[in-house]
Design a protein around this ligand. Structure first.
Ligand SMILES: [Zn+2]
Length: 335
């Protein structure tokens, strides 16, 4: 399924084809004939994305809502439509064909608000917004995560929590941050959640720019840029079960979170149990070290005491000897 970066990129590309110009619309397949005939000949006022939802605005107030779902595609094409094209948007220069969408609807202006309200904070919209609005969206994400006891790997797929993240990004984001996907969302602290939001923004922006998902650090494989990393080397965890982790060589594990496949490195993303064990070991080592220090301190104290006693005894003996000597001298003198 296309993730948020694809839809934002699609909105941008559709705008460069149609924004502020008249469009011809048709439904070669016939299933969207009524909608297409309504927008045919209208001026397009622009497209925008809300997570994985695409919204198009037209001069008469009509709003087009598209969700690609699992198999949908909206692509630039040439020539006559081929196959089941639900909607074709065309100018003199270009055609865009929509096939297999999960949703393709036309509505009044309030349809845009409905779509906007149906999703949670969208990192790409937040990035484009003013500072205060961007901050409000980051906070909304953090608060939504804190209210969820489900696994963080499941919460990231909830479009009400964060809009635009799909199965690829959820695996990659958690890998990069070293978070076990099964960790309950509300067990993460504010700084971890903030990092998750900031990384989502950074990664989705890169995805939109490259028009593909590349999360691996180019330096890791000796590549100059993210764009030059070949297919098969662009992701850390997604679909890499049993392959060695690019960071530590441990085989990547396949698991299921929220009914969908999920991948993690058991070493880079330690589970809560492993973390506890490590913490317990560290505590035990600390205790041992402290105990050793105490014993050493005691020994030093005992040594000091013994030394002091010895010194005192020596002094006493010396004093006695002096006194005896003096006495003897006095006795001799007196004789
Ligand atoms: Zn690893």
């Amino acid at each position: 399924m296309p993730e948020g970066h694809t839809i934002h990129r699609l909105a941008r590309d559709l705008n460069s084809s149609f924004e502020d110009s008249k469009v011809r619309a048709s439904s070669p397949q016939g299933r969207f004939e009524a909608g297409a005939s309504k927008i045919d000949g209208q001026t397009c006022k622009g497209f925008e994305a809300f997570g994985k939802h695409l919204v198009g605005h037209f001069a008469a107030g009509d709003v087009l809502h598209v969700h690609l779902g699992l198999i949908g595609k909206f692509r630039k094409t040439k020539g006559d439509p081929v196959g089941a094209v639900r909607l074709r948007l065309a100018s003199d220069e270009v055609n865009w064909d929509l096939r297999g969408p999960m949703v393709c609807d036309l509505g009044s202006p309030d349809l845009a608000d409905k779509v906007a309200d149906s999703v949670g904070p969208d990192p790409l919209r937040a990035y484009a917004a003013s500072n205060s609005d961007a901050e409000a969206q980051a906070t909304a994400f953090i608060e939504a995560m804190k209210r969820r006891r489900i696994a963080v790997g499941a919460a990231l797929l909830d479009q009400k929590v964060i809009a635009g993240i799909g199965n690829v990004y959820r695996a990659e984001l958690l890998f990069i941050l070293g978070i076990d996907p099964l960790t309950p969302a509300n067990a993460l602290d504010d700084s971890e959640l903030r990092m998750l939001w900031d990384l989502s923004t950074e990664q989705l922006r890169q995805g939109e720019k490259l028009n593909r998902i590349v999360t691996v650090d180019p330096a890791l494989g000796g590549h100059k840029t993210a764009r030059s990393i070949p297919r098969g080397g662009r992701l850390y965890a997604y679909k890499r079960a049993d392959k060695p982790c690019l960071v530590c060589d441990t085989p990547i594990e396949l698991l299921e979170v929220a009914g969908r496949k999920m991948w993690r490195c058991p070493n880079c993303q330690p589970t809560a149990v492993t973390k506890k064990k490590t913490a317990a070991k560290q505590t035990a080592t600390k205790k041992k070290t402290a105990a050793k220090k105490k014993t050493a301190a005691k020994q030093t104290a005992t040594k000091k005491k013994t030394a002091a006693k010895q010194t005192a005894t020596k002094k006493k003996t010396a004093a006695k000897q002096t006194a005896t000597k003096k006495k003897k001298t006095t006795t001799k003198k007196g004789v």
